[in-house]
Ligand binder design. Structure first.
Ligand SMILES: [Zn+2]
Length: 512
């Protein structure tokens, strides 16, 4: 007898409906899986057999043919365990087939019959209604993630036997409700409460740079001696970014879902991402990749912060991978069968020492590097990546009198309010533009339109270009930062003092 169960697979961050056809017929007992399955799906044959036996079902000792459609789509992951199990049960007439056409089934099964969460449930739930599906059956640990999507009936279960009961007697089961008790969208996420600017002593200049970075989405690098607090400052950037809007939270959650970060973890991601990969990270782990492409760090930090601590320790060729995504806000991964795109609109924050020993320019410890070594070190920092970093900011060690003081700075909440007001100002300007969220994303035509300079400002910028040998790209970036500073000041016009401050942030260019 033939049964058909619906499931889905993920390509990039999009969902594709997959049909699982199961035929149980006479012949020598055995299981065959057809339809371009990943080796892990092949493996599920034995697993499903053990699961069904342990869950108390009589496993049919007949010939079982499993066909996954469409045939040309590669099917990956353990999410097909559940639909395959149900297909076998249905084809053996152990569960009713009435509901199989209306629901989409996802879930990994353990040998004891229990269901384990799988990655990618949110994008599948979001696409389900378009696929003509009215409901979703998932493991309990994926329930809240799926329930985020409105207008979809989500049923969640702990084991295969419960799903079988549901199919035989659906009326006695209730759909999952979204649990909103974890706070509303405006609440400050707990993680950000732990890293508040209120705990930072002194450092007025880096604090100002963080505020500008948060407002305009500008990339930022902190450089200074070890122990000056570069990392501590960088970690406070997500906390002064405005809360994610619902649509943004969905975008981030989608990526987290596909990356497998959501398992056992509630529903929407409300925190701005903060990712801090180790400097030994490979190119694919940073930008995404693999034979079956997965999102990398630049995509899991989408709409948040990618922090590269000790930038010079990263391999140069790995950093080269960042160039295009920094420009485009997305990354394209090409494979022989297809090209995939992952979103990657992140703010890059980096930190580095000023020289190999770290103490050049320090007030306490003497630098032991030769001028040549220092030059080589700076040469490594310069180039294409540094041009794309708008705010280059020195972080100095605190003075003894600052160390002994109580911190007196503003808290993150107050800074965030200013950031939000300035962002709203920018968004009003961008209201007719597609996909333009902040000043850092402006292209040449936008700069021409919204970063007009008066004569005094233009003279200032021209002098800086001449003196520092700045490229056109660097000059554009100065204009964008000046626009952000004007937004923070509540000013429609870019004034000379804003341009002057923006030029200040090209510290590394000035040190060449
Ligand atoms: Zn040194």
């Amino acid at each position: 007898m033939l049964a058909r169960v619906w499931s889905a697979s993920i390509i990039g961050i999009d969902a594709v409906k997959v049909g699982v056809e199961v035929d149980v017929s006479g012949g020598l007992p055995g299981i065959v899986v057809l339809g371009f399955p990943h080796p892990a799906v092949q493996e599920s044959r034995e697993r499903v057999k053990a699961t069904l036996k342990n869950a108390g079902f009589a496993f049919p000792m007949r010939k079982i043919v499993i066909n996954l459609t469409p045939a040309d789509l590669r099917k990956e992951g353990p999410a097909f365990n559940l639909p395959i199990s149900l297909g076998i049960l249905s084809a053996s007439e152990l569960v009713k087939a009435d509901l199989l056409g209306d629901y989409l089934f996802l879930g990994e099964v353990s040998l004891d019959g229990s269901l384990r969460p799988v990655a990618g449930v949110l994008p599948i739930a979001a696409a389900a209604t378009k696929m003509g599906i009215s409901g979703l059956v998932v493991p309990t640990d994926n329930a809240q993630e799926a329930a985020v999507v409105e207008g979809l009936n989500v049923y969640a279960f702990n084991n295969v036997a419960d799903v079988a009961n549901f199919l035989n007697n659906s009326a006695s089961f209730q759909a999952v409700q979204l649990d909103n008790s974890s706070g509303n969208m405006q609440a400050t996420p707990i993680h950000h409460q732990m890293t508040d600017l209120r705990d930072v002593k002194g450092q007025a200049h880096p604090r100002r740079a963080l505020e500008i970075a948060a407002t305009g989405g500008h990339n930022l690098i902190f450089f200074g001696p070890p122990g000056s607090g570069k990392t501590m400052l960088a970690r406070r950037l997500p906390g002064i970014l405005p809360p994610l809007e619902f649509s943004e939270a969905l975008e981030v959650t989608r990526i987290y879902s596909v990356a497998g970060f959501l398992k056992n973890r509630g529903s929407l991601v409300r925190d701005r991402p903060f990712r801090s990969p180790h400097h030994s990270a490979s190119g694919p782990s940073l930008v995404g990749g693999g034979s079956y492409p997965h999102p990398g760090e630049i995509s899991t930090s989408h709409l948040g912060v990618l922090f590269l601590d000790e930038l010079t320790e990263f391999k140069r060729d790995v950093l080269e991978f960042l160039r295009q995504p920094l420009e485009d806000g997305l990354v394209t991964i090409s494979r022989t069968r297809q090209s995939l795109m992952f979103p990657a609109q992140f703010t890059l924050v980096a930190s580095t020492n000023r020289c190999p020993c770290g103490y050049y320019g320090d007030t306490i410890q003497q630098c032991t590097c030769s001028p040549r070594h220092r030059e080589q070190y700076w040469a490594r920092l310069s180039g294409p990546l540094m041009v794309r970093i708008d705010l280059q900011v020195a972080v100095n060690r605190l003075k003894p009198e600052e160390i002994t003081q109580q911190p007196t700075g503003e808290d993150s909440g107050s800074v965030r309010e200013r950031v939000q007001i300035a962002r709203v100002r920018a968004q009003k300007r961008f209201k007719t533009e597609v996909n333009l969220r902040c000043n850092a994303q402006m292209q040449s035509l936008h700069i021409y339109k919204w970063c007009q300079l008066d004569d005094a400002s233009r003279n200032l910028l021209e002098a800086a270009i001449r003196k520092l040998g700045l490229s056109a790209r660097a000059s554009d970036r100065i204009l964008k930062v000046a626009r952000t500073i004007a937004d923070l000041a509540g000013d429609e016009d870019i004034k000379p003092q804003y341009v002057a401050e923006a030029i200040q942030y090209r510290t590394i260019d000035r040190m060449q």
